[in-house]
Write a protein that binds this ligand. Sequence first.
Ligand SMILES: [Zn+2]
Length: 207
Amino acid sequence: MDVTPKTADAAQQLVDVGRRFDARNWVLGTSGNFSVVVARDPLRLLMTRSGLSKGALTADGFLEIDGAATAIHPVDGRPSAEALLHLEIVNAREAGAVLHTHSIWSTMLSDRHASAHGLAIANYEMLKGLAGVWTHEHREWLPILENDQDMPRLAAHVRQELHDHPACHGFLLRRHGLYTWGKTLPDAVRHVEILEFLLEAVGRMER
Ligand SMILES: [Zn+2]
């Protein structure tokens, strides 16, 4: 059964998420973007409009797009170029929500570990906050992709990484930020909190 949230409910939830993430300095200066699947067949995503401060979102700060990233409501709305990345994730992972943040730690660690094309995080209790992880004896591989302003090209790269790393709960764009997702919006929010916590812990302990 389809359990996607109603559009108005999803918008209100994303307004709250924006305030929380802004308070943590994860979406400064209009950075980041959020989406929630509000229908599956045909696919519809409610997504933040570009250029808005995520700490001060209102109900009209969103756009409904279809599976080709075309604006459905309002029809003259311009979806964020990064909508293509959200769609890749939704399609590859059957995600109900996708969240993208720009924290200091994701920015720094995505550069420091870029030559390894990823960052391994293992043996932390907080890993148990990731869906399907039941023990701290888990090794999470967070792929790192080169940043790219050519979104169709970056979307193809994202599709390949998600295929190559079927167990990953998120990925980093180099010197840019974190993408993660969840079956529901609360799951995706939890993944941001867990991954940002782990990135900060790893970053502070590295020399
Ligand atoms: Zn970004």
